[in-house]
Design a protein around this ligand. Structure first.
Ligand SMILES: [Zn+2]
Length: 591
């Protein structure tokens, strides 16, 4: 059977992994995880079994107590090495002993200085999209799901947490043994582990936040609306199938806003802003519990099914918290970001399509706002054809019918045509799903909050008049964000200085706004911001925040010579994913 997934050696005609029992020992000195995994397959296995690995040391393979033959194929740059197990002779069990390498793509090992607390080392995983294979051999394709149990040995006094149910912990010599089980089947990219100085605060009957102790109180306040969001998610999409929804706030080098690891979302600490301005991130990760984790893309080529639906669900939850005006404002800023990404790729390029062939393409290199925002707009276009109540019924049924399954774009289209034929006929499916760029007849998102911002922009662009401080004093962070997004660049130097004061940029805790302001400032030659640029890229790892800053530095003549040395000063602080992204930006600019 030809491979169904361009990013995995998984062969769906072979047996599939059904359950894994892990024993993992976390070794901060060697920066390795020493692991043993016992696999149970979904059927008796005859003939070879192919697994994904990349940069993983395989030490031994056994089945039924006897050594089993295996080999590793050529090392491909994106895929890694195929691990082929010899004929299991009709058995369903196999045990593999392995060891991760210090440079494993999914693992970030932090020194105490790289954490917020500064006292203890920290380890966290990021397996999406294709990095689980650097932690353990697996069928690393989102179309294969397994349950698991795990024993994790971590040095005292550290705490291990996993995106799984906690089953207990006990002392084991100089270490502590933590036990977990994951009763709901997950694709490999949702495997997640963190070890560090981690404490817990309960938020509600089904929700809690885990974080380094210094941030615990602030995080608990910031995340207080989570239980309400969970209730809204259930009202929209049906029962919450994962029992608990906890969140882990990571140290600053976490490269994303959030990662929807089931039962334990991983979050950037930049979300703890002191004003709940970034709760849309929580809504987004929570929404993945239905759209993504429960109903999953079959391959990374179908990523929009995951992120487009999740952005739709996020905005529906935000609508309850902030009203339609707030949700539509966020839809506008999201679309602006999507257009920025499309322009960076080229408006006719493949990554502006919702689905395109990714054979030979690293899925991380084409991550952008396109699957999120073009996918979102497509779903809103469908909703507006049939009306909200019909679409809500469709969404609930779609999720109910595909629980714990993975599907392709084509399977979704087929389902849509059967269940919502009027919408499937009225909307140009081919243009939305397969063509580059953005349809002219895409839905718009009216918002009086956005209109207020447009008026101030009009004043500036037509009459050169910047807003007065009192005109922006009651703006939400999202309004400020939209204003910064829409400002022309470069600006006159004096205007940068004035805006700096009017918007109180020296004191903002909303790093996405600061990032936008720094971008404008760099492009405008407002060099006074340099210390703030340095502070930001030295302390925040979230790519969405620092990538545009590096892009501005690298493309503006005065700052161009500064970009590479600045990056090198902080390279060690950052996650491998962030490092390779910034390297890409600098490389493209010849730096
Ligand atoms: Zn997402």
């Amino acid at each position: 059977m030809p491979p169904h997934d361009p990013h995995s050696y998984t062969d769906l005609s072979q047996a599939r992994i059904e359950h894994i029992a892990f024993r993992l020992e976390v070794d901060f000195e060697e920066r390795r995880i020493h692991g043993r995994a016992s696999y149970r397959l979904d059927r008796p296995c005859r003939g070879p079994l192919d697994l994904d690995t990349r940069g993983l040391d395989i030490l031994a393979v056994h089945s039924a107590g006897a050594p089993l033959r295996w080999d590793l194929g050529a090392d491909e740059p994106i895929l890694g090495q195929r691990m082929r197990l010899a004929d299991l002779g009709g058995r369903r069990e196999v045990e593999i002993q392995f060891r991760t390498r210090p440079e494993a793509g999914a693992l970030q090992w932090l020194t105490p200085e790289q954490t917020g607390g500064g006292q203890h080392p920290y380890l966290f995983t990021q397996c999406q999209p294709i990095n689980a294979r650097t932690v353990f051999p697996c069928q690393d394709s989102p179309s294969v799901r397994f349950t698991y149990e795990a024993e994790v040995l971590a040095p005292t006094p550290l705490t291990a947490v996993m995106a799984a149910a906690v089953r207990g912990a006990e002392d084991a010599g100089p270490a502590r043994r933590f036990r977990f089980s994951m009763p709901q089947p997950i694709p490999s990219y949702l495997f997640a582990l963190a070890v560090g100085d981690i404490t817990r605060r309960d938020l509600g009957p089904r929700t809690a936040v885990f974080t380094e102790p210094y941030l615990a109180d602030d995080a608990a306040w910031e995340f207080a609306q989570t239980e309400q969001m969970l209730a809204e998610g259930e009202r929209l999409f049906g029962p919450y199938d994962w029992e608990r929804y906890d969140m882990l706030v990571l140290p600053p080098s976490f490269p994303y806003g959030g990662m929807e690891n089931p039962r334990l979302t991983f979050m950037t600490p930049t979300i703890v802003a002191g004003n709940r301005a970034l709760v849309n991130l929580i809504a987004h990760e929570l929404a993945h519990s239905w759209t993504g984790n429960l109903v999953t893309n079959a391959t990374w080529e179908d990523f929009w099914l995951n992120e487009g639906w999740t952005t739709y669900a996020e905005r529906r939850i935000i609508e309850v918290l902030e009203g339609p005006e707030g949700a539509n404002l966020r839809a506008q800023t999201g679309r602006n970001t999507m257009f920025r990404d499309m322009r960076n790729f080229g408006m006719d390029s493949d990554p502006t399509r919702l689905k395109f062939s990714q054979k030979g393409i690293d899925p991380e290199s084409v991550v952008s706002y396109v699957p999120y925002e073009k996918g979102y707009s497509f779903l809103v276009a469908l909703e507006r054809v049939v009306g909200r109540s019909a679409f809500d019924r469709f969404a609930r049924e779609y999720i109910g019918d595909h629980r714990f399954q993975s599907l392709t774009t084509e399977a979704f289209v087929d389902y849509l045509q059967r269940k919502l034929p009027a919408a499937a006929r009225a909307v140009n499916l081919r243009a939305w799903l397969y063509e580059p760029g953005f349809p002219d007849d895409a839905p718009s998102f009216p918002s009086s909050l956005a209109d207020a911002v447009s008026e101030r922009l009009f004043d500036y662009q037509e009459q050169g008049r910047l807003p007065q401080r009192e005109q922006v004093a009651d703006w939400t962070s999202s309004q400020t964000y939209l204003f910064l997004q829409m400002l022309p660049r470069p600006l006159p130097l004096e205007d940068c200085r004035t805006l700096d004061q009017i918007l109180d940029m020296a004191h903002t805790r909303i790093v996405v706004n600061l990032s936008n302001f720094l971008n404008i400032s760099i492009r405008s030659g407002y060099q006074e911001v340099l210390p703030r640029v340095e502070a930001l890229v030295g302390s925040v790892g979230r790519m969405f925040v620092i990538e545009p800053v590096f892009r501005a530095l690298a493309t503006t003549p005065w700052s161009r010579p500064l970009a590479r040395p600045l990056f090198e000063r902080y390279r060690e602080r950052h996650h491998p994913i962030t490092v390779s992204t910034i390297e890409g930006v600098l490389h493209r600019e010849g730096l």
